[in-house]
Design a protein around this ligand. Structure first.
Ligand code: RIB
Length: 306
């Protein structure tokens, strides 16, 4: 059995600044890095580092110099590269990222090849033998839905990280998900409810469950997470206390780890603690894919008393 991620891969260009730039402002960067990113790639790297099972990464590149750099990075992280499609006429994806002193960020994605999938998505056979499949919205909605349905038809548990929330109806996509994992902004965009406390977070989670998924998790960063399930269970989880320096890809590492936890048969509470630990550890490192934790570090963190 395998974990399959269908999603984006980018080359990230990240600048660290004292404060995020305002309209019309020119800033000096404190430092700059570039490296592997894209929500799909970050999830795939996290799952690859955390799981002993096969992890498939179904993604797309253009035919350009960025593609060579991205392939080298994916290979360096041990990601299986058999399911990479090349769109000859597209540019490879990239992202422009600002991170401030409080580890807040802004991200602008240039989708390129990630957005070039046809409506029927990838070859459905990439989900053969898949136990848990992971999706986000840096690929076209129709292709993503087709891929989710292919995964579901093969009996996989379907995780949807609804980021970024598309400016289009996605009812059918939510209905095809078993697990949905928005942050506060995404939860508000999907439900109209801004999660600011227990009551509003659980109302948002219940609203999401009513749209189809059997588990809705509202990720609230330093404020922990709330979840609700179709069978009526609700819960809150405190965040792990870590020294956060860069929250980029923390949500992606959360999802990659959640896929691993569910593939290993952990129950909801244990799986969310494992995922939450991965997200927390990711904030202690600079970069996107580069921040995915090792299994040893994550096992050490989650073994600490709650
Ligand atoms: O979630 C972080 C990711 O969003 C970055 O790696 C960037 O590439 C964008 O996809």
């Amino acid at each position: 059995m395998s974990i399959t991620v269908f999603g984006s891969v980018n080359l990230d260009f990240t600048v660290y600044v004292n404060s995020l730039p305002r309209a019309g402002e020119t800033l000096h960067a404190l430092r700059q890095i570039s490296g592997l990113g894209g929500k799909g790639a970050n999830q795939a790297v996290a799952a690859t580092k955390l799981s002993t099972d096969k992890v498939r990464f179904v993604t797309a590149l253009g035919k350009d110099a960025f593609a060579d750099t991205i392939r080298a990075e994916l290979s360096g992280y041990g990601v299986d590269m058999s399911d990479i499609k090349t769109f000859d006429d597209a540019a490879s994806g990239n992202a422009l990222i600002h991170v401030d002193k409080e580890s807040q960020n802004t991200i602008t994605v240039v989708g390129g090849a990630n957005m070039a999938w046809a409506d029927d998505g990838p070859d459905a056979a990439v989900f053969d033998g898949c136990k848990v499949a992971v999706f986000q919205f840096e690929t076209p909605i129709k292709a993503t839905l087709a891929a989710m349905q292919a995964a579901k038809q093969r009996g996989a548990t379907v995780i949807l990280d609804p980021a970024p929330v598309p400016d289009a109806p996605i009812d059918a996509v939510l209905a095809a998900a078993d697990v949905v994992t928005p942050n506060e902004t995404e939860a508000e965009a999907l439900t109209g409810i801004r999660p600011v406390d227990k009551d509003s977070a659980l109302r948002a989670a219940h609203a999401l469950v009513a749209m189809g998924p059997s588990l809705a998790v509202i990720k609230m960063g330093a404020n922990g997470l709330y979840y609700a399930t179709k069978n009526g269970t609700v819960g809150y989880m405190l965040p792990f206390k870590v020294n956060a320096i860069d929250a980029v890809a923390a949500g992606d590492c959360f999802c990659g780890a959640l896929a691993v936890a569910l593939s290993e048969g952990m129950d909801t509470e244990a799986a969310l603690r494992f995922a939450s630990g991965a997200g927390a550890l990711a904030t202690t490192q600079y970069g996107a894919a580069a921040s995915a934790p090792s299994r040893a570090d994550l096992d050490t963190l989650v073994s600490q008393p709650a």
